[in-house]
Design a protein around this ligand. Sequence first.
Ligand SMILES: NC(=O)C1=CN([C@@H]2O[C@H](COP(=O)(O)OP(=O)(O)OC[C@H]3O[C@@H](n4cnc5c(N)ncnc54)[C@H](OP(=O)(O)O)[C@@H]3O)[C@@H](O)[C@H]2O)C=CC1
Ligand SMILES: O=C(O)CCC(=O)C(=O)O
Length: 476
Amino acid sequence: MRNNFIAGAWSRGAGARPNINPSDTTDVIDEYAQADAEQTRQAIAAARAAFPAWRRGGIQARADALDFIGLELAARKEELGRLLSREEGKTLPEGIAEVNRAAQIFRFFAGEVLRPGGETLPSVRPGMDVHITREPVGVVGIITPWNFPIAIPAWKIAPALAHGNCVVFKPADLVPGSAWALAEIISRSGLPEGVFNLTMGRGSVVGQTLLESPDVDAITFTGSGTTGARVMATAGARFAKLQLEMGGKNPLVVLDDADLDRAVEVAVQGAYFSTGQRCTASSRFIVEKGIHDRFVDGVQRRLAGLTVDHALGEGTDIGPVVDQSQLDQDLGYVDTGRDEGARLVCGGERLQRGSDGFYMAPALFADTDPTMRIAREEIFGPVACVLAADDYEHALALANDTEFGLSAGICTSSLKHASHFRHHAEAGMVMVNTPTAGVDYHVPFGGRKGSSYGSREQGRYAAEFFTTVKTAYVAP
Ligand SMILES: NC(=O)C1=CN([C@@H]2O[C@H](COP(=O)(O)OP(=O)(O)OC[C@H]3O[C@@H](n4cnc5c(N)ncnc54)[C@H](OP(=O)(O)O)[C@@H]3O)[C@@H](O)[C@H]2O)C=CC1
Ligand SMILES: O=C(O)CCC(=O)C(=O)O
């Protein structure tokens, strides 16, 4: 049994939940505690009590703790990557890379602690000085999804601690293993009691308690738009500071002048790797007419060569879907696409493999109309569609015709079009000749429109959410 970490101690939950391997549902990774509302309130109270001393505790202690966490994650990336792949279903190389990314994030923020900002300016009133400083926000509730079980927690927890906040962390119920392993390392990093708390359990219980508690000053959330709206309605109504990262329907524009092989690789990597379970995944290929048929053939051929199998298997390119309910959603959208009249070029069926997992053949639709549901709604699986474009202007209009705005890509050899797209794509992140998914850890991450709310995550820009600015006027 893996317990919660509250007020510096490991505590049993009000219940427990088995963590099931999506590559093999007979493989139970472990049992994980589930907190109830009362235990969540205890964690919030512990964080609140720890905050005054922690915020004054000095930046060296923060830097040392974050460095410790980053170094241990890096040293154990193979072991923890295996755990991650086993519980979430991304391939072992992807799992190891994600743990390594979490390590890099902690080490980045260990350095960031030692680079505090602040300005001193003359006042417009003679003789007076103005000091602008950043202070921690207080107690931060961190609510994360299942698709990046260690990287997303890392990029929320590390800046929260670096900037002097206390944390109550609620990981996705589906993937408590990586979160628990991270918390176990954090528990040995020298943080004072109560600064960091782990409360595993249901969103409707643990998450909801965080949203409602007046002692939680800020909520950073990644997940679905539906839950994001609930975070806004509940925590927003009590004026908590909010940062929401939600869905995407990310376009990849392919122009006639693109290098075909490269465009196919960019498309397949962006749409289907990690089983398409990335908010940055390409799910709309917007392809100019001259290259359209060759691009569709190329993607179909590349997909035929991919191995969908056990996430830990040697040579697996694409692991299983995360669980039955996500698989049902993905297969349901394949049916929807067919019913809407799109042409299923390949894939879209459930696959049987040597183990009892949630395997699905990556699906490609062509002859898709921009009004179809498969072209408008986030599917969050290995399903993508092709929309034909008359020319660059038409492609740009199609790319921007969405309620989302996270990542947008273009494949082209034209500097003019690449540059125009960079300026006019309505997205938080633009990718030129590289997949829409797969971002660096030291630069801002986030989107526009229905994809994001609040300030950016990651890099120096994370300070905007995890601190509050104070302006002090000092007269002699
Ligand atoms: N943009 C992105 O990065 C992601 C988007 N998604 C999208 O969301 C869909 C569902 O995925 P899922 O992970 O279940 O996303 P959810 O939005 O349901 O869950 C995200 C997190 O919010 C928690 N949560 C759920 N209900 C509440 C609540 N009432 N109050 C506070 N927290 C709550 C969840 O807990 P619990 O685990 O207990 O449900 C989880 O920790 C996917 O199919 C996909 O479309 C998913 C993951 C990432
Ligand atoms: O593409 C990436 O590297 C990050 C994706 C992500 O954060 C997500 O899918 O939630």
